[in-house]
Design a protein around this ligand. Sequence first.
Ligand code: AMP
Ligand code: GLY
Length: 447
Amino acid sequence: MPKPPACPDKVNVLLIGGGGREHALGWKIKKSGRLGKLWIDAKGHGGLAPLGECCPIPTSGPFHEKSNSLFQLRNWCEEQDIGLIVVGPEIPLAQGIHDALATETCLVFGPPEGGARLEADKVFAKKLMRTVSVPTADGRTFTLAEDALEYVRAKDEPCVIKASGLAAGKGVMVCPTLPEAEEAITRVLIDREFGDAGNTLIVEEMLTGPEVSVLALTDGNVCWILDPAKDHKRVGEADTGPNTGGMGAYCPAPVLDEAQMAFVEREIFVPTLDALKREGIVYRGVLYAGLMLTKAGPKVLEFNCRFGDPECQPLLARLKGDIIQILWDTAAGNLANTTIEFDDRPACCVVMCSAGYPGTYEKGKPIAGIDTAQGLGGPGEQVIVFHAGTKHEGGEIVTNGGRVLSVTALASDLERARMLANEACAAIEFEGAFFRSDIGAKASSEP
Ligand code: AMP
Ligand code: GLY
C-alpha cells in the first residue's frame, strides 16, 4: 500500500456549509498553524465571512452530472491549490461531492457517496447493520401504505416511523399509539410529505433509554472514538414540544462508562466499517452514531455521515491540537499516526433561536451583545459564540435562520459551564430570541 501523503506545512482549505457546526470548524481551522488560505461558501455569514474569502463558484450539487459548474469548481480548486475540502453538512456528501472533487492533491474530509448512504438511506443502513449484527431496533421496510398499515394494526405496539431518505431531521415520527402510527404512515406514503425521501419507510420498534451521540473520526481502517456528546432535540424545557435540529449539547456526556465505550467501539463502529469496506467503500470522515442506552445495551438509532450540529460546537471547543493536521490525516488515511486529545474542561452549548422555531420564523432581526457575552467568565473559563443562522447586513449582524447562535462555554465542571452559557445567552439580545436554560441540567442524574 502506498504511504499516505503527509500533511503539508501550509494547506489551502475550502469549507463547505454555513451553520453553527461550520463556524466551529472554521474557528478551529483558523487557529491552525498549517492554514494557508481559508475559503468558505457561505457568503455574508455572520461568523464565517470574517474568517475567509468566499468561493466564487457555486458549490451546490448534485455532483454526478458532468455539469458546467462542476467543471468550473474542479478548475477553481486546482487554480487556488486547494489541498483540503472540509464538508460540514450531509447533503453535499450524499450528492457525491467527495467522489467529484477528491484528487491526489486535493483531499476531501467526508465520506464518498456510498458511505454517506449510512445517513441518506436508512434502509441501506439497517441492512448493513443486520449483516454484521450491529445492535439496533428491529425494523421492517415498506413502500406500500396498505402493507405498512396492515403491519402496524396487526402489531398494535408503540413504534417509530422513519422516512428512509434525507428529510432535514423531520422524517422520524415516534408513535406510542396506533392512530399516531397510522397518521405517520399516511404522511409519508400517501400525502408524500417528504417527497422522494419517503418512497420507502421503516417501521421500527420503539426503544427506551437515555440517548447519546458518539462520533468517531475514521480513515476507513483506524477509528478514533471522540468523547461522547449529548444533544437536546425537543424545543422546550424538560424535553417538551416538537423535535428540532438540536437546542443544545454538552460534551463529555458521562452516561457511558469505559466498558460501554469499548462495547460501542467493538460492536458498533468496527463491524460497521468492516461492512463498508466489504462493499468497497473507504469511509473517511466522521461517523456519527446516535445511540439509545437500552436495558439490553446501547443500540443504534441512526448513523450520520458528518459532525452533529450542535454536538460539533462543544466537541471542537474542547479539541486540542491542530485541526488541519487531524482532518488531513483522516482524509489521507493516516489516522494510525495521529493522536487526538481533549481539554479536560467540559463544554456546554446553548442554542439561541428565533421566535416560532422549529415552525415559521422571521429573519433580519439585529443582534446585540455578542462581544459582552464572549467577555464573560473568570480565569480558566471561556465563552465562544458560534454563529448558526446569522448574516452581515448594513454593518450589523442580523438573524438569518431558526437556530441563530450556538453559545458555548468551557469551565471546570459542567454545571459551571451550563451557568456560564446561560449567562452569556442572557447577555445577547434580538427580537423574539429564546433558548433552553436546562441544557446539561440532567447530566448528573442520568444513569
Ligand atoms: P433520528 O433522526 O433517527 O435520530 O431520530 C430522532 C429521534 O427520534 C431520536 O433522537 C430519538 O429520540 C427518536 N427515535 C428514533 N428511533 C427511535 C426508536 N427506535 N425508538 C425510540 N425513539 C427513537
Ligand atoms: N444534532 C443532531 C444532528 O446533527 O443530526
